[in-house]
Structure formats: C-alpha cells, structure tokens
Design a protein around this ligand. Sequence first.
Ligand code: NAP
Length: 335
Amino acid sequence: MSATNRQIRLAARPVGEVESDDWEHCSGTVDDPGPGRFAGRTRVISLDPAMRGWLDDRPSYLPPVGIGEVMRAGSVIEVTTSNHPGFRPGDHVVGTFGVQEYVVSDGKGAMKIDTSLAPPSTYLGALGMPGMTAYFGLLDVGALKDGETVVVSGAAGAVGTIAGQIAKAKGCRVVGIAGGPQKCAMLTDELGFDAAIDYRTEDVRKALRRHAPEGIDVYFDNVGGDILDAALTRLAMHARVVICGAISQYNNDTPVKGPSNYLSLLVRRARMEGFVVFDYAQRYAQAAQDISAWIGAGRIKVKEHVVRGTVDDFPETLQMLFRGENVGKLVLELA
Ligand SMILES: NC(=O)c1ccc[n+]([C@@H]2O[C@H](COP(=O)([O-])OP(=O)(O)OC[C@H]3O[C@@H](n4cnc5c(N)ncnc54)[C@H](OP(=O)(O)O)[C@@H]3O)[C@@H](O)[C@H]2O)c1
C-alpha cells in the first residue's frame, strides 16, 4: 500500500501556551506493513491534557516527544492490511499510534476493541485511559468508602464526569467543581451530582463550606492551583487528597504554584497522594467491566465531545482543553 499520510510533528518546544508554530504539518507515505505487522487508518484521536507535559524536556513518567517526532496520542484505527495473526482487516484497534492518518504497527500495546458494544470514541474515554484514571484514582488511591463526601475538580471533563458518577454509584455525596453555569447544570441535572460549584464566579472555599458542611473525605483533584488550596481548607479527618492532575498549571512558564494550605493535612491526619494510571494496566480489564456494568445500568452517563475534522485540526482542538471548551471526553474524529 502506498498513500499520503498526513502527520502532525513537534517542531519546537513550547514556552507557556502551545503556539501554532510549535507544530509541523507534514505528509509522509505509508508502506506495506511487512511481516508480523499490520497497517490501518486512524478513525478517532484522543486529546489529553497530559499532552502538554509530553512537550516539555523534563523528567516525567514518559520521555518527552522529540523535536521532529510524530506527536504522541492515543487513537483508534481500523486495520486495512495485516500480516499479523492477531489483527484482521476491518478490526478496530486502540493504541498509542500518534497524530497521523495512517499507522503501521507490530501490535505491541495495541488492543482490539468491540465496536458493537460501544463506539470507538468510548474506548478513548469512559472505557479507556480517562475511565481507568477515574476508577483507580478514586477507589484505590482515594480508598473511597460508601457514603463519604467526595469533591471532584475538573468535574465536567473526561476523568471528572466518570469519577463523580462512580462516587455516586457508591452512594457518596458528590460535589463537582467546573467552569460555567452550563457545565454545573449538566453535573447536577444530568449526571446526578449533589451540588456543583462554578469556580469562575463563586468563592470556592465558601461554596465548599456550604456544600460539604461535614468536610471532604475524598478530594479528587484534576486542576491544582487555587482550587486545590481551597479544598485543603475543608478536609474531614483522615481525608484523602488524590492528585490526578493540575491542568491550571500545565501552561505555566513560571514555577508550578504549590498549595499553601498543606498543613491542614497534619491537622486533619489526612494524606495527599499522586498516581499514574499506567501503573494499574494489569487491572484495566476489571475496571472496564465495572464501568461497562455501570453504563449498562444507567449509573454512568457517557459524555463525549466529538470534533470532526482532519489531522491538521489537532493543534486547535488540543487548545479546547485549556480553554474549557470541552464537555466530557474530547476526541478528534477523522472524516
Ligand atoms: N494521573 C493520571 O494518570 C492521569 C490520567 C489522565 C488524566 N489525568 C489528569 O486528569 C485531569 C483531567 O483530564 P481530562 O482528560 O479529564 O481533561 P478534561 O477534564 O476533559 O479537560 C480539561 C478541563 O480542564 C478544565 N480547565 C482548563 N484550564 C483550567 C484551569 N486553569 N483551572 C481549572 N480548570 C481548568 C476545563 O474545564 P472547566 O471548563 O471546568 O474549566 C477543561 O474542560 C488533567 O489534569 C489530566 O492531566 C491524569
């Protein structure tokens, strides 16, 4: 097979916000897959806040994307040609295939998905990495107990919508923090959160006092910064603060703002713990089964924000995460 393969490569390391000049839009070719490999066409690309961190040349849980390399991204592809015994033409496969139209793979880290059970996008969201993140962050790191008070920041996003709904399924009181009245209304009216706080217009600390009068048992933090600091003032005894992410800090060109209220961990005998979802890979199947069951039972509603376009729309679509323009899991579906 020989085709033109549109790709997005990293052209320069961004300082602060990612600019259009930081990307290179190019056309490569796709060759026959060769022995033991398969080729496929990209259907849906995942957009993730972590992508911003992968562009920085600093030690992290994954090496940085190199200058000139195809941008790293999770995606679902449809197999077109295969010399691999595990994959046939027509199969849909999820993996870290990068921001490009065509992919050749040896199958390592790739997983066949069943699109009769859920659409491809859901394998990048509720049944994919964000769903796994919500599940293990809340249940393992957060050691959630039935009936506790849970606060989730970034609550209207991919991880937040699932984390909040898992906590509801466990009988907890759940308060979401999100940007804007529409997102807050969606959390309470559609997803069943007990309360929602609009951090853009409300005083988060005061609102938490109102909505979590007995204190917060589990604070699931997706945003860091001032919201984390406000939540730390409202911890219940033996609270768990789950550091899932800190999107408010990812575009900083100054040092990350740490929490000044951390001594409440001492007073409340609480703990704060970070985690990386990849460490739970051995248990993804169990988590996916539980999340599927909750979806089937109507306990979890899947929220996806699908942008339809081409690979060239990737840079602009990524910015939506940092402007709060997505509701639920953001994906780019290729025409
Ligand atoms: N630890 C792990 O293994 C792991 C795995 C996956 C994801 N994560 C982390 O989980 C978090 C959520 O990821 P996601 O994929 O679910 O993204 P997402 O929540 O779907 O999208 C990002 C959201 O962040 C909010 N946001 C943007 N800038 C903000 C700011 N300055 N202050 C407060 N909120 C802001 C926006 O919502 P609003 O409109 O509400 O502002 C935006 O919609 C990220 O921090 C990500 O890095 C961690």
